[in-house]
Design a protein around this ligand. Structure first.
Ligand code: DGL
Length: 274
């Protein structure tokens, strides 16, 4: 009985962690999860045919998120990670469409920011959809009622990152323009609330100042996934290293090329989802 129970447990622990994003950006989240949990199998879906999500309506994002979640559930996953900040902010009812535990990037990012701030003054940056949803702002307020919260949408940053203009003068100018009004309020903590912004972290640090605490929700999300799987006794302890499979809804080659920058290693098994 004990042997058959542990064999069953072992098989379900080997199921993959499912991660979806609007495109390549979620690979910054996958990179952190893979680093924290190297024995886990991971199945990633990037909705590259419909990216960007950042400027689409809540109804459309909800529909896309449901479809993406359904696709990953069919891949036999044990947990679903919503890597896309915009989807996480707008598809607030997604949990009622999935039958596996769900983790989004916003809650862990907020927790990390609240633990890190010394002054209680926190800024958040993201896409138009994420910022206008108020998702970060509301959760920050709930976690730290006395917090002073400032937010700015930075819609063009996704494009400059995908064009790999990481240190370009145009990118510098955009960051300065987007953040100048916020920085007048002297926040000590800034949440990079978009999958693409971690690639600009050195530039943000240089422009905003060495003392500013930059929060990458991808890092906190990886820890949250680890904690959740441990609590559920669903961690895969190996002995083989986990495998990574990637699905996209458009151009496999382009995903591989851009994706390697985000994931910081080669992407082998990439399949076009029909
Ligand atoms: N992945 C999106 C996010 O984190 C950024 C790209 C997009 O707009 O789809 O909000």
């Amino acid at each position: 009985m004990i042997a058959s129970l542990s064999a069953k447990n072992c098989a379900s622990n080997k199921k993959a962690i499912g991660i979806f994003d609007s495109g390549v950006g979620g690979l910054t989240v996958m990179r952190q999860i893979h680093a924290a949990l190297p024995y886990e199998n991971i199945c990633y879906f990037g909705d590259t045919a419909r990216v960007p999500y950042g400027n689409k309506s809540p109804e459309t994002i909800k529909k896309y998120a449901r479809e993406n979640a359904r696709f990953l559930q069919d891949q036999n996953i044990k947990i679903l990670v919503v890597a896309c900040n915009t989807a996480c902010a707008l598809a607030t009812d997604l949990h009622s469409y999935v039958d596996v535990p769900l983790i989004g990037v916003i809650e862990p990012g907020v927790r990390h920011a609240v633990e890190s701030t010394r002054s209680g003054s926190i800024a958040v940056l993201g896409t138009k959809g994420t910022i206008s949803s108020g998702a970060y702002q509301e959760r920050l307020k709930a976690a730290l009622p006395e917090a002073k919260i400032f937010a700015a949408a930075c819609p063009l940053l996704v494009h400059v990152v995908e064009e790999q203009l990481f240190t370009h003068a145009a990118t510098r100018l955009l960051i300065e323009e987007y953040t100048a009004p916020l920085m007048k309020n002297s926040p000590d903590t800034v949440i990079l609330g978009c999958t693409h912004y971690p690639l600009l972290q050195p530039l943000f640090q240089e422009i905003l100042g060495e003392d500013i605490i930059l929060i990458d929700p991808a890092y906190s999300t990886a820890l949250a996934v680890q904690q959740k799987l441990r609590a559920l006794d669903q961690l895969n302890s190996g002995p083989e290293k986990g495998s990574c499979a990637f699905f996209v809804s458009d151009d496999v080659l382009k995903f591989k090329e851009t994706g390697e920058l985000f994931f910081q290693r080669s992407l082998d098994k990439v399949t076009l989802k029909i």
